[in-house]
Design a protein around this ligand. Structure first.
Ligand code: NAP
Length: 295
């Protein structure tokens, strides 16, 4: 990415650039393969945040030329109905990627449902096989948000080798996979979480600080080493001057002048997640085409 006057890691701009590249790739591949890539996003219930995320993903698919096979189930749908839909999508040759929008209503076991997705169509990278591939350093589908963080760091030439990266949060969705990816990039990685006693003492040693917690204002300037690179994965809804706003985990106003590079919220990691999802769908499409071509 070209240098900018501010120290923002502009995820929105990079995500759009990636989508343009994908559009060109898809045009070529579509002509060669005879069909577009296909993505199925499954959503249950009417959580407004989830509905907005799904709409965003479907619009992005349309922009780049990926066909959508979405299913929107009512809240009371049974586990077996969702499972059957996943099996149908696993068998559908037009579909390259399947994603279950989380969170699910409490009566549906998300972990058990994720096991039902064909690992080769698991574009969210959450199937145990794909997480295992990440642990083993094998190629495979990678979780979108952590992959987006890594792509953003690479685009801004952030040196990771030999650096101390601190990741706050240890979820399967973000904290654990991003820690493994930073480790694979030769950073020395420390993981912090809700039981870390003196969080500030840990974060102050970070050359690269990644926060994926979900607590607005958690990270203040005193917790950040001067010149650190700060990646804010958190998305929190907060009322600011009477208006609902999206904010991250970082107290942006105080931390920005303190850091060498920082992601804004919104416009940082969020848009990267969507572009990584599209990229994973195209990756899976290519792999499946290669496999059928070679068989
Ligand atoms: P999660 O499953 O709730 O995990 C949160 C993690 O934060 C847990 O590991 C928890 O520790 C840790 N934590 C909680 N309070 C803490 C504290 N005071 N100090 C240190 N660690 C603390 O959440 P998630 O799914 O990973 O998501 C994290 C955030 O990222 C949320 O705001 C979510 O909306 C956002 N997100 C953004 C994107 C994107 O595209 N930008 C994608 C996914 C998620 P324990 O393990 O000890 O409980």
């Amino acid at each position: 990415m070209p240098a900018e006057s501010s120290n923002l890691l502009d995820g929105k701009r990079l995500a759009l650039q990636i989508q343009e590249e994908l559009t060109t790739q898809i045009q070529t591949l579509h002509a060669e393969i005879g069909r577009p890539p296909g993505l199925a996003v499954l959503m249950v219930g009417d959580n407004p945040a989830s509905a907005a995320y799904v709409r965003n993903k479907e619009r992005a698919c349309e922009r780049v030329g990926i066909a959508s096979f979405g299913h929107h189930f009512p809240t009371e749908v049974t586990f077996d109905e969702v499972k059957q839909t996943i099996h149908d999508l696993n068998a559908n040759p037009q579909v390259d990627g399947i994603l279950v929008q989380l969170p699910l209503p409490p009566h549906l076991d998300a972990t058990a449902l994720l096991y039902e997705i064909d690992p080769n169509k698991d574009v969210d990278g959450l199937h145990p096989l794909n997480l295992g591939r990440l642990v083993r350093g094998e190629s495979g589908l990678r979780s979108c948000t952590p992959a987006g963080v890594m792509r953003l760091l690479a685009a801004y030439d952030v040196e990771l080798q030999g650096k101390h990266a601190v990741v706050i949060g240890r979820s399967i969705l973000v904290g654990k996979p991003v820690s493994l990816m930073l480790l694979a990039a030769n950073a020395t990685v420390t993981m912090a979480h809700s039981c870390t006693p003196d969080l500030a003492a840990v974060t102050r040693t970070a050359d690269v600080l990644v926060t994926a917690v979900g607590q607005p204002g958690l990270i203040t300037a005193e917790m950040v080493k001067p010149g650190a690179v700060v990646i804010d994965v958190g998305i929190n809804r907060k009322e600011v001057e009477g208006k609902a706003r999206l904010v991250g985990d970082v107290d942006f106003t105080s931390v920005q002048p303190h850091s060498s590079l920082i992601t804004p919220v919104p416009g940082g990691v969020g848009p990267m997640t969507v572009s990584m999802l599209l990229g994973n769908t195209v990756w899976s499409y290519r792999q499946r085409h290669k496999a059928s071509y070679n068989s």
